[in-house]
Design a protein around this ligand. Structure first.
Ligand code: BGC
Length: 808
């Protein structure tokens, strides 16, 4: 029989059949911000009227908004300050400028928890400096499907890596006095039907995959949790007693508060009973409706008190209720933010391919470079949606390359803003009701992309119809313009952009533009002739240079999943054409997640940079030219194609059928699925090359302390440059457990820097939790005892040494 592992006090109680008692806030004791003063909180609570209590439980309009997402007014009469809540995962999202940090997916690729803490500290300090009290970050939902629109905003497909990242980042954010909100609790792994999808998932899968990151955040002392939009096993996450009470409070001992995602509340009495504390951003359910429920006795006031106490407790932990006023706000340190942004982008960059040492660009290759692609000149700083940050400044990769290379040419290659053929400004004060017809001549049957660039927001933006038909650019259903993408949704001169591709027959067509408000707008087009011209110019530039660097993009945002892992537009054809013209073609990917690479075999090198933040250009150039040696590793598997990944070919698995989605892959998320099914990915989880090489030897694994393992091995830099390696330990299943188990699971890793010829002996500990499975019958963790295989590898697909060790 496997032994039970008392991983948390709550679980231990449960496994021993003990009475269910809420463990007092583990969170409070773990927090750098200290514990709440219960007496002070009780005194304040006793003085609050019901109306005042309710103001804590739902968002309100900020009388002095700073551009943040949410506001809680506080109670001035008792000296309780307001709370301002801002996004988000890649920097502080307010009206003012802030450090636009690299996307969390890039941070996770650095495999470096200390760097995640530094990242958190930048956001923590800036959040406080920019007038914020609560940060709506980090996002820790796992990368389960390659299509999910927010994969850039979160860390990884692997529960251990995600847990390490979130714990370190929460620690960093909160060490600066900003309250962190881990989101979106839970199973919010896609954007398609995110407001309603019902995720059907078994208890074991939930605990072993998605929930582990949340638990790590709670252990790290996160002050707040944001409930997800979706349902979990039939009940909305924001009113789900299993998630909000059984797991969060009883199993994990969470002492902070739970808020909804924005407009994710669905009920009053059911939600507060289930454990929801705060509705955001308004009070549709927790305002007047909650007051009525309390006054008519449907909801006991004690439940309101419970929620207010949770919020006040966290506020007090962070010094916000101190009699002398809130802790002083620091000044922004933009230079320090920029330094960290550069460091993260440099350390996170993943070199996927490097044939015949095409990179770094040195010697003749560095003296003559063709830079190609729209994101070569328009820096792709951050993704869209609530994670978009207004950067201090962002240089273009082209400029960063110019200062490092000899002769540099630039070609657009892929047009994302179109050739403008009509422009108009309706001045302020002019009569409303502008309407204009424009004739366009199409020389041959063709596919055209029409674009509109405009200044006025919905519903005033211009309406364009083709040949008297329906509007070309209607408001997209389900998400607003707020959620348009990070790069291609605006022109470099700041106009919003919409695009639509249509098949046109040869002849004359009529566009009708109507507008109702003062604004500037432009109409632009991309035709097969303009596309061919752009590719020909790029090929010509590549042919006349020693090296070609193609910047390829994929623009993602919350609120929207993509429908393919192929690069958007005609970029695949562009890359193939450039690679055919220049064997030293390097592709830099500014993408949200994995992508298919049909041109891969013809390229010399591929560098994955995701959305690299405001210092992305400098980081990319430093890696390309060898000022920095790439050490990032993929935090997610890159599949070969749309039909060879864990959710392919089964609509019940993704995107769901009749509003229901089944996590039938079970615990085999990410690389575990590829290993279990023997499907070869394009690039495995953990993969990443360096400009030097590393060898592994002398692997040993033995029992360590309380049910864990101690693993020791030697890493040697066998190349000619100093570089970083990330040796990874994976463990195989336990022979003693009858539960489903992944064929391999990441158990430990370490990023380390080695000089040429240098060797280091590394000892890593694999804790009992990593060797345990969640037993749904016992509702707790059970240790996977017996002889287990321990692998040492350079990625999940490159396991080089194996040993067995007894777990007991
Ligand atoms: C997003 C959250 C975000 C919130 C506030 C929601 O749509 O899902 O991640 O924190 O908006 O901006």
């Amino acid at each position: 029989m496997p032994a039970s592992v008392p991983v948390s006090r709550r679980t231990a109680l449960r496994l021993l059949g003990g009475a269910i008692a809420v463990v007092s806030a583990t969170a409070a004791t773990a927090s750098p911000a200290g514990a709440a003063d219960a007496r002070r909180v009780n005194q304040l609570l006793a003085q609050l009227t019901l109306d005042e209590k309710l103001t804590f439980l739902h968002g309100a309009t900020d009388p002095a908004p700073l551009g943040q997402a949410g506001y809680i007014p506080g109670v001035p009469r008792l000296g309780i300050p307001p709370l301002r809540l801002s996004d988000g995962p890649a920097g502080v999202r307010v009206t003012a400028h802030a450090t636009a940090l690299p996307a969390p997916a890039l941070l996770a690729s650095a495999f470096d928890p200390a760097l995640a803490r530094e990242y958190g500290r930048v956001i923590g300090r800036e959040g406080r400096a920019l007038g914020q009290d609560v940060l709506l970050s980090p996002m820790v939902n796992l990368i389960r499907t390659p299509y999910a629109g927010r994969n850039f905003e979160t860390f990884s497909e692997d529960p251990l890596l995600a847990s390490d990242m979130v714990a370190a980042e929460v620690g960093g954010i909160q060490s600066e006095g900003l309250i962190a909100t881990v989101k979106h609790f839970a199973m919010n792994n896609q954007e398609y039907q995110r407001q309603s999808i019902d995720v059907v998932v078994d208890e074991q899968t939930m605990h072993e995959t998605e929930l582990r990151g949340f638990e790590a955040a709670i252990e790290a002392g996160a002050g707040a949790v944001m409930g997800a939009y979706n349902k979990v096993n039939g009940t909305f996450a924001c009113e789900n007693p299993y998630l909000l009470t059984t797991v969060l409070r009883e199993q994990w001992g969470f002492g902070g508060w739970v808020m909804t995602d924005w407009f994710a509340a669905h009920s009053t009495a059911a939600a507060i009973r289930a454990g929801l504390d705060m509705e955001m951003p308004d009070g549709a359910y927790f305002g007047d409706a909650l007051k009525k429920a309390v006054t008519d006795g449907t909801v006991p006031e004690a439940l309101v008190d419970r929620s207010v106490r949770r919020i006040l407790n966290v506020m007090d932990r962070f010094g916000l209720l101190a009699p002398g006023g809130i802790p002083p706000r620091p000044a922004r340190d933009a230079a320090a933010g920029a330094r960290t942004a550069l460091k993260v982008a440099t350390r996170g960059g993943v070199l996927l391919r490097n044939e015949r040492e095409a990179l770094p660009l040195t010697g003749a290759a560095a003296r003559s470079v063709a830079v190609i692609g729209p994101t070569g000149t328009v820096p792709f700083v951050s993704g869209g949606g609530s994670a978009h940050v207004v950067p201090d400044a962002a240089a273009s990769p082209l400029d960063a390359i110019r200062v490092r290379a000899g002769k540099v040419t630039y070609a657009l290659g892929e047009d994302i803003y179109g050739r403008v053929f009509f422009e108009h400004t309706i001045p302020a004060g002019s009569p409303v009701g502008y309407s204009h017809d424009i004739e366009v001549t199409v020389p041959q049957d063709d596919e055209w992309t029409f674009l509109v660039h405009y200044t006025a927001a919905h519903p005033d933006r211009p309406k364009v119809s083709l040949d008297g038909g329906a509007e070309l650019f209607p408001q997209a259903a389900g998400y607003g313009e707020y959620f348009s993408g990070g790069l291609i949704s605006a022109t470099p001169d700041g106009l919003s952009v919409r695009r639509k591709t249509v098949a046109l027959t040869a002849g004359t067509h009529k566009l009708t533009v109507t507008a109702t408000a003062a604004q500037t707008f432009r109409l632009a087009r991309i035709t097969s002739a303009s596309r061919a011209e752009d590719v020909a110019t790029a090929v010509n530039a590549a042919r006349h240079a020693r090296a070609a660097v193609v910047f390829a993009y994929e623009d993602a945002t919350e609120g929207l999943d993509r429908t393919t892992i192929g690069l958007p537009g005609h970029q695949d054809a562009l890359i193939a054409a450039v690679a055919a013209a220049n064997p030293r073609t390097v592709v830099v990917l500014n993408t949200s997640s994995c992508s298919a690479m049909p041109w891969l075999a013809h390229t010399a090198a591929v560098l994955q940079m995701y959305y690299p933040g405001q210092e992305g250009a400098a980081a990319t150039a430093a890696l390309l030219f060898g000022e920095a040696n790439p050490g990032g590793r993929l935090s997610q598997t890159f599949p070969v194609s749309d039909d060879r990944h864990p959710v392919a070919g089964d609509p019940h698995r993704y995107p769901g059928v009749d509003g229901e989605e089944r996590y039938s892959e079970g615990v085999d998320i990410g690389y575990r699925w590829y290993e279990a099914r023997k499907v070869r990915p394009l690039f495995p989880f953990g993969h990443g090359l360096s400009y030097t090489r590393f060898s592994y030897s002398r692997l040993t694994a033995e029992p360590d302390g309380r049910h864990g393992l101690r693993v020791t091995f030697t890493v040697r830099n066998t190349g000619r440059r100093t570089g970083d390696d990330v040796p990874q330990i994976y463990v195989g299943p336990s022979p003693d457990l009858a539960l489903p188990q992944p064929p391999v699971a990441l158990a430990a890793y370490r990023r380390l820097t080695l000089a040429p010829g240098q060797a280091r002996t590394v000892t890593l500990r694999v804790p009992a939790r990593v060797l345990s499975s969640w037993d749904p019958a016992a509702h707790g963790w059970v240790l996977g005892t017996g002889r287990r295989t321990v692998h040492l590898g350079a990625s999940a697909g490159d396991l080089r040494l194996s040993r067995t060790a007894e777990v007991h």
